[in-house]
Unconditional design. Sequence first.
Length: 435
Amino acid sequence: MSDGSVDIHKTHFTSEIGPELDGKMVVLAGWVESIRKLGGIKFIILRDKEGRSQITVPKSNSVFDEVDKLGKEYVILVRGKVRKIEKAPQGAEIIPEEIRVLNTSVSPLPLDPSGKVDANLDTQLDNRVLDLRRPEKTAIFIIRHEASKAIRDFLIKRGFIEINTPKIIASASEGGADLFPISYYEKEAFLSQSAQLYKEQMSSVFEKVFEIAPCYRAELSRTVRHLSEVYTVDVEVAFNNYLDVMSLLEELISHVFKHIKKNCSEELKTLNRELPVPKTPFPRYTYTEIVEKLQAEGIEMNWGEDISTQAYRKLGEMLRGLYFIVDWPTAGKPFYIMPRKDKPEICESFDLMYEWLELASGGTRIHKKDMLIERLKEQKLNPESFAFHLKTYDWGMPPHAGWGLGLDRLVMVLTGAENIRDCVLYPRDRDRLTP
Ligand code: AMO
């Protein structure tokens, strides 16, 4: 066994090892997942990003004694010959001629990456790198990656332009109090709580825009569905209304489900997750219908009030899968949402739900400056703080509509995770700022 930097490179990933390579010399590199001794033979399970291979070291092998110096999660490079063998998990094993230790690790490790010993969520998140090496954690992030890719591909194919809007801003985009102030040279600034105003402005240039980016919410509550740093998919489309962008959203969601089912079957199996592809159109209920359903179930709420967590949980028991709640009270939705012409107390808005979980919200936007100023005032916001935004309404603002979809929550649904923290590499919440 020799120490060494990388002067030879891996020739294969573990997933490429199989009986058809019988007799071939290969170089694998990765992490020691386990070492077992059985009779006179030592077995190393080597893990890389693609999976696992068995390294078999018989007594007669020149590296036999050196295996004892290895520890769990050591980084090793193995040069050896593939041997076809039916009993091995891949139908083949590697008989090593050389094992190089590229790096060591501590013993005991704070968390067992093989997942045999359970750890609580805080231990998992405190030792996230080790935690993410567990197959059911790796699977979540492969699915997240594939979901982002599917979303991007879908929107680009439909003629959307991907944009990047500022995350350091001077005033609230949504109104409300959940902003993080930051010190910005001599001024106070805020972390952006949504791409809202900028994506609306960009609809007057590119017509169809999207962004996948973080936004920041100073959430006071500690729940399994709220974070302070949230990834959202934001979409805005000129010359569309809320019904148009609802169709776009349900087609996108259905495309993502299909893509994950097709491309992540191994990961879904690891997670024990069946993922039936939802049929479009998704069921639609008005806010008023939802209030009536909840009241009938004994939930105390009046028309116009927010839906409480308890009420959402009740909805999750009553309504399975994906559905929309449409036509919300204008007073409860942000200032930029268009009130209905026939009934201004209701607005052209929607939330996309998965059982109890809100996945997205959106609506038709107000594109007339006077009306927008009116709505800002009604919501006790100061139009002067929005001067930079309002002036763009003097330059030819088209009618437009859009939505924001919580990517972290979508990954919860795709993977069946019960806590949003499982779906984010390094979650940020009220209590957690590291690692
Ligand atoms: P909204 O505030 O509903 O809408 O956010 C859009 C979606 O983002 C997700 N989300 C969150 N996920 C986890 N933790 C949070 N603290 C959190 N806050 C929001 C949810 C939510 O549905 N500008 C509008 C969208 C639009 O109208 O285009 C907006 O931000 O899944």
